[in-house]
Design a protein around this ligand. Structure first.
Ligand code: ADP
Ligand code: MG
Length: 354
């Protein structure tokens, strides 16, 4: 398998929303082709280069097919830990890209054409599983980090806080997290819906259903036949730390980066905003340190936030990461757009050794 050694960032520019068009926002982000993104406004004029950019017209299917997501699913089946994370300002299209518009309305199911990266990956995974004669055991866990507390989105009743631990074999892990087995697309999609409805959201000026937490849905993929049928050749190809072939596919919907004054947040909302910003800052810090040339050993401060602890393996170690930077083309979002693009450019240089 040819694995890109980078934590690949891809860019998705969403269309202007009706509200933005109605109030006369200008479009300041343009894709110039060949991965170039141009941001133009009165005093800012910048061009960024990426390997993949999806402009406003890109369909959900085009994003799935063009992002390398299919390959990531296959690598997860092969035992790698793969992580997809969507980041960007609140309202920039993170949830839409991952799940489609369905998470916003509970009554009307979204049209299949609008389903996001997650449902498409699940379908791809189950297809693969079927074609391999169901030797894969699949289970899912779904957590959110809200105000630096980890909560299980799948356990029934009101979400309880779970402790985050560390040991030599597993690295960081969440104690007592629920993991639910599934065998069908319907089952995993229903877990996704149940869990995402339990996420903490609050309405504020930028997005009526703004997600106030980071949500991590992880699919654990175990090869049922794996233990017995491991051949010496497999050992050569898979010198990973875990002896049995167990891959993961993790989807992270990050809470939006935002400034307190722009969103009109106060009181409880500004406490939320501060812990969101703190963990995004910690993540950005780890990413920029990882992006530096590795001449000498650098300490990466994963312990600075729960988010970076949970992402430690996929960011720095043996994982493969796909980052989806979501941006709004609106003139009003200019400064956040620039900061998302800078963040993504830094991530481009992160190298991991899966
Ligand atoms: P975030 O999760 O980043 O806060 P959302 O995914 O909730 O943002 O998107 C904000 C709004 O923009 C939603 O109403 C969503 O349906 C719409 N939207 C986002 N991306 C797109 C897109 N690519 N095409 C059409 N509408 C989009
Ligand atoms: Mg969201």
């Amino acid at each position: 398998t040819s694995v890109s050694p980078h934590a690949r960032p891809i860019i998705r520019v969403r269309p202007l929303t009706c509200t933005e068009t109605r109030r006369g926002d200008r479009r300041v982000v343009h894709s110039l082709g060949d991965g170039a993104v141009h941001v133009s406004a009165a005093r800012h004029d910048a061009t960024f280069g990426f390997s993949t950019v999806f402009d406003t017209g890109a369909s959900q299917e085009a994003v799935f097919e063009g992002s390398g997501m299919r390959q990531l699913v296959e690598l997860a089946i092969d035992g790698f830990s793969c992580t997809v994370f969507a980041f960007g300002q609140t309202g920039s299209g993170k949830t839409y890209t991952l799940m489609g518009p369905l998470a916003q309305s509970e009554t009307q199911p979204a049209s299949p054409a609008l389903l996001g990266l997650m449902q498409r990956s699940f379908a791809c995974l189950l297809e693969q599983s079927r074609s391999r004669g169901s030797d894969l055991a699949l289970s899912a866990s779904y957590l959110e980090i809200y105000n630096e507390q980890i909560r299980d989105l799948l356990s029934p009743g009101s979400p309880c806080t779970l402790p985050l631990r560390w040991n030599k074999t597993h690295g960081f892990y969440v104690e007592n997290q629920l993991s639910v087995d599934f065998e069908s697309l319907e089952a995993i999609v229903s877990l996704l819906l149940q869990g995402s409805q339990r996420r903490r959201t609050s309405a504020h000026a930028l997005n009526r259903h703004s997600s106030r937490s980071h949500a991590l849905l992880t699919i654990h993929i175990r090869s049922r036949a794996g233990r017995q049928s491991i051949t010496p050749l497999t050992w050569v190809l898979q010198p990973s730390a875990c002896p049995s072939k167990q891959g993961t596919l993790c989807f992270v919907d990050l809470a939006g980066s935002e400034r307190v004054k722009e969103t009109g947040s106060s009181g409880e909302l500004s406490v939320e905003a501060n812990s969101i910003n703190r963990s995004l800052l910690a993540l950005g810090h780890c990413i920029s340190l990882l992006a530096k040339p590795r001449g000498k050993w650098t300490h990466i401060p994963y312990r600075d936030s729960k988010l970076t602890r949970l992402l430690a393996r996929s960011l720095g170690g043996s994982g493969i990461t796909l980052m989806v930077a979501c941006i709004s083309p609106s003139s009003r979002c200019l400064s956040e757009t620039l900061s998302t693009l800078h963040y993504a450019s830094r991530a481009q240089r992160v190298t991991t050794r899966p």
